[in-house]
Design a protein around this ligand. Structure first.
Ligand SMILES: [Zn+2]
Length: 79
């Protein structure tokens, strides 16, 4: 049985239309481009590196890097 991450569950609740949620941790990099994809990271620094990578390389399909954002699942909901 696969281990289920509480962060992934939280991310899937928050972005129910996400094509996929991957990684693990309280910091989410959200790419709502062609499809919404969510990558979870343990620290903000890792999340920023992950975001920089998809900003450069694209998240797949019709990518607009300006739409990529970092969201803290554990913090206040200020989006
Ligand atoms: Zn994108």
């Amino acid at each position: 049985m696969a281990e289920r991450s509480a962060w992934r569950t939280a991310a899937q609740k928050r972005w129910p239309k996400a094509a996929w949620v991957t990684g693990d941790g309280p910091i989410a990099v959200v790419a709502p481009c062609r499809e919404t994809t969510v990558t979870l990271w343990k620290t903000r620094g890792e999340a920023e590196k992950g975001k920089a990578r998809i900003d450069r390389g694209g998240c797949g399909g019709m990518c607009n890097p300006a739409r990529h954002q970092i969201v803290e699942l554990s913090g206040a909901d200020d989006e």
